[in-house]
Design a protein around this ligand. Structure first.
Ligand code: ATP
Ligand code: MG
Length: 360
C-alpha cells in the first residue's frame, strides 16, 4: 500500500443509499465470469476498469460504517451534499372544501415537509378553466363531481419548491382516490385531508416534471417585458442595475447594447407625442448606447415597473428608496430605466427592437 500513489475514489449512487451492495454486486459478477468476452457483459465494469487485476486489488468497503470511517480518514472535510437531487418546482392545488375547513393545518404540513412556496394565488376556477385544466379527465365518471367541486369556491394554487419536489409531493399525497388512499395508505395526505362526504380528493400534485412545467405555466403564465437602461445610466451604473435585475429573479431572454433609433424611441413613447418634453426625451434616449433587454418572469411587466420605481426620482427616493430610479436616476428625463407600461406595449416594443416576439 505504501509503494506508490493510490487512487481513492468516493463513489455515489444517485437515488438510493445502496451504493455498497451495488458496487459489491458488480465486483462479484466480474469475479464469477472472468473470461467472457467484453462485448457480452455491457453492464459490468469493463470500460471503466480495464483489467481483472485492478478489481482484485480494489479495497471496497462492505458496510456503511466502514465506508464512513474510511471516508472520514481520507477526506476529513468531505461534505455529503444532496446535490444529486435537483431543486424542483411542482404545482399543488388545495381544493375548495379543504381550503375552507383546514387551510392552516395543510399549509403547516406543507412547510413541515420542507417545501417552500415560490408562488401562490387563490382563485375561483371558472367552468371553462376547470375543463381546460382537466381536459384529460373529461370523459371519466367522476368528472361532473370534480367540476362541481372545483368551481364551488376558491382553490389555493401553490408552486412548491424543494429537492425532488414533484415525486416527493406526489408520494405524500398517496393513492389517487380518497377510497384507495384510506385503504392502502391511511397516513397519506389524501386520506388524512379527506373531507367528509366528498368523494373527490382534496389535493392535487403534478405527476412528472414535464407536467409540472405545463401546469405551472397554466396558473402562473410567464410574461415578457421590454426593459431598457437609458444611455446615461448605461454608462455609469450598468453593473449595479443588471445585478438588481438578476436579484429580482428575472430571466434575461434577450439583450443587446445599442443606441436607439429615433423610430424606436418614438415607438416606446408614442403615447407622449405632443407633450412638451417629447423632443428632449427622444434626444436623451438616442444620444448613446442603451442596454435593451427582454425580461421574462411571471407578471414581468408589473414587476419591472415596481423595480424601476416612480418616474420622478425625487418621488422615488421618498416612496421607494430601494428602487432603481431612487438609486441611479439623474433627473426625470435621465431616469435610469424604461419599461413597457402594459403587455401590449411590451409586445410591440419587443418586435420593434428585436424584430420578433417569439421568445422561448
Ligand atoms: P418609462 O415610460 O420611461 O418607463 P414611466 O412609464 O414611468 O417611464 P412615462 O409617464 O411613460 O413614465 O414617461 C416617459 C418618460 O418621459 C419618463 O421615463 C421620463 O423620462 C419622461 N418624463 C415623464 N414626465 C416628464 C416630465 N414631466 N418632464 C420631463 N420628462 C418627463
Ligand atoms: Mg411609460
Amino acid at each position: 500500500m505504501m509503494s506508490g500513489p493510490c487512487h481513492i475514489l468516493v463513489i455515489t449512487k444517485k437515488e438510493a443509499t445502496d451504493a455498497i451492495p451495488h458496487w459489491k454486486e458488480l465486483r462479484e459478477l466480474r469475479e464469477s465470469v472472468p473470461d467472457e468476452p467484453k462485448a457480452e457483459k455491457p453492464d459490468r465494469l469493463e470500460g471503466t476498469m480495464e483489467t481483472e487485476s485492478i478489481l482484485n486489488i480494489c479495497d471496497v468497503q462492505d458496510s456503511v460504517e466502514d465506508a464512513s470511517r474510511q471516508l472520514a480518514f481520507f477526506f476529513p472535510n468531505f461534505y455529503i451534499k444532496k446535490t444529486d437531487q435537483k431543486v424542483e418546482k411542482t404545482l399543488a392545488l388545495i381544493r375548495p372544501s379543504l381550503l375552507k375547513e383546514r387551510r392552516h393545518s395543510i399549509m403547516q404540513r406543507i412547510k413541515d415537509d420542507g417545501f417552500k412556496i415560490a408562488m401562490q394565488k387563490e382563485i375561483i376556477l371558472s367552468e371553462e378553466q376547470t375543463r381546460e385544466f382537466y381536459k384529460e379527465h373529461e370523459n371519466q365518471d367522476y368528472f361532473p363531481v370534480l367540476l362541481e367541486q372545483m368551481t364551488s369556491g376558491p382553490t389555493l394554487v401553490l408552486a412548491l419548491t424543494r429537492e425532488n419536489a414533484v415525486a416527493h409531493w406526489r408520494d405524500l399525497l398517496g393513492p389517487k382516490t380518497v377510497e384507495e388512499a384510506k385503504k392502502e395508505n391511511p397516513n397519506s395526505l389524501r386520506a388524512k385531508y379527506a373531507v367528509n362526504n366528498i368523494p373527490i380528493d382534496q389535493l392535487h400534485g403534478s405527476s412528472t416534471p414535464d407536467d409540472a412545467q405545463k401546469e405551472l405555466q397554466f396558473f402562473f403564465p410567464q410574461e415578457h417585458t421590454l426593459a431598457l437602461i437609458k444611455p446615461a445610466a448605461a454608462k455609469k451604473h450598468k453593473d449595479d442595475i443588471m445585478q438588481k435585475v438578476k436579484d429580482a429573479g428575472f430571466t434575461i431572454s434577450k439583450i443587446k447594447e445599442e443606441a436607439l433609433t429615433r423610430e424606436m424611441a418614438t415607438q416606446f413613447y408614442k403615447d407622449h407625442k405632443g407633450k412638451p418634453f417629447f423632443e428632449e426625451l427622444v434626444t436623451c434616449m438616442t444620444e448613446g448606447p442603451s442596454v435593451i433587454m427582454v425580461l421574462t418572469k411571471v407578471n414581468a411587466v408589473e414587476e419591472w415597473r415596481q423595480l424601476m420605481g416612480p418616474t420622478d426620482p425625487e418621488v422615488a427616493k421618498e416612496t421607494s428608496p430601494e428602487s432603481i430610479r431612487a438609486r441611479f436616476a439623474q433627473d426625470i428625463l435621465s431616469n435610469a430605466v424604461h419599461g413597457s407600461s402594459n403587455r401590449e406595449h411590451a409586445l410591440k416594443s419587443i418586435e420593434c427592437v428585436f424584430g420578433e416576439i417569439d421568445i422561448d
